[in-house]
Design a protein around this ligand. Structure first.
Ligand code: SAM
Ligand code: DTB
Ligand code: SF4
Length: 329
């Protein structure tokens, strides 16, 4: 099977709409051709700067304009972050992702601190990832020079639905940042959220944009909206697990080498439901009691799930990204 960047919307629509059993079977088959289906990467997230964000992303508890319970916090100290990274490593994580509630990176002392965090985590031998908002080509290069392995920047939804969710920036801004990340030879992590009032066509549209980029993202997070009180999307109904499965399976089939990450929303899923997501091609989770600001399953519950399903934690620097990008050291 070859890697294709010329998928049409129609092709993706017909995959997405396959009967569930056929869809899972096809995704599982593709998954096995490219990955060890019993391996799941364990990653840890840390919010290094929380809340007070000027953007208006309708899903986000960290936007300053919504009244949520998030505890606003300025940028953490480098030592504190490195301590948490060390903890994450000891708990089996092989990727550490630092998030900041910024619209964009600015060339200031906070950015210098983040560069130090990146250096420190890279020196621990973990894949280091950041999600800091929009980024220029020069800033991407600075992060690369500090040892950044991956950059997360989600498309979140389709281009058509984007303005229903965010008005303070547009889809092209997002795509420009992804291009800047690519140019700096940083591994690209980009996916989205379901359950924000989009229709099936929007989901297909987002997957189509990702799968027809000049190169597929090496990492595609699939999030289920975590509705947070105080945000415009607080009353959105919960998405069914079958919709998560359709997203994951379709992403797996059209971007076979990507890491497909079962991201936000696990806290409301049973082990059985998560197992179906792994069968459909998800091969990564975020572990730890919190994602950035919202709850995540208990670490011990996840350890038990790995035992029950005989899953092996996946090592760092493996797969499509590792072949393309320099490893740590
Ligand atoms: N400020 C940066 C940005 O927007 O790119 C980085 C941090 S932002 C919190 C990272 C991602 O978290 C968002 O793109 C979105 O996909 C996800 N996210 C935020 N709030 C969420 C929620 N309530 N449910 C699911 N995913 C969420
Ligand atoms: C992604 O797609 N999901 C993660 C990670 N990338 C940065 C973040 C999910 C955040 C969920 C809401 C919160 O905890 O604040
Ligand atoms: Fe800010 Fe990112 Fe939240 Fe949007 S998603 S409000 S940019 S922290």
């Amino acid at each position: 099977m070859t890697i294709r960047n010329d998928w049409t919307r129609e092709e993706i629509t017909s995959i997405y709409n396959e009967p569930v059993m056929d869809l899972i079977y096809q995704a599982a088959t593709v998954h096995r051709q490219f990955n060890d289906p019993n391996e799941v990467q364990v990653c840890t997230l840390l919010s290094v700067k929380t809340g007070g964000c000027p953007e208006d992303c309708a899903y986000c508890p960290q936007a300053a304009r919504y009244h949520t319970d998030v505890k606003v916090h300025k940028l953490l100290d480098v030592d504190e972050v490195l301590g948490k990274a060390q903890n994450a490593k000891e708990n089996g994580s092989t990727r550490f992702c630092m998030g900041a509630a910024w619209r964009e990176v600015r060339d200031n002392r906070d950015f210098d601190k983040v560069l130090d965090m990146v250096k420190g985590v890279n020196a621990m031998g973990m894949e280091v990832c950041c999600t800091l908002g929009m980024l220029s080509e020069e800033q991407a290069q600075k992060l690369k020079d500090a040892g950044l392995y991956a950059y997360n920047h989600n498309l979140d939804t389709s281009e058509e639905h984007y303005e229903e969710i965010i008005t303070t920036r547009n889809y092209d801004d997002r795509l420009d940042t992804l291009e800047n990340v690519r140019k700096a030879k940083i591994s690209v992590c980009s996916g989205g959220i379901i359950g924000m009032g989009e229709d099936h066509g929007d989901r297909v549209g987002m997957l189509h944009t990702l799968a027809t980029l000049p190169e597929h993202p090496e990492s595609v997070p699939v999030n289920a909206l975590v509705p947070v009180e105080g945000t415009p999307l607080e009353d959105q109904p919960r998405v069914s697990v079958w919709e998560m499965i359709r997203m994951i399976a379709t992403a797996r089939i059209i971007m076979p080498r990507a890491m497909v990450r079962l991201s936000a929303g696990r806290v409301r899923m049973s082990v059985e439901e998560q197992a179906l997501c792994f069968l459909a091609g998800a091969n990564s989770i975020f572990a730890g009691d919190e994602l950035l600001t919202t709850p995540n399953p208990d670490v011990n519950q996840d350890k038990e799930m790995f035992q029950t399903l005989n899953l092996k934690p996946r090592a760092s620097f493996k797969g499509a990204a590792a072949e393309k990008f320099a490893m740590s050291e």
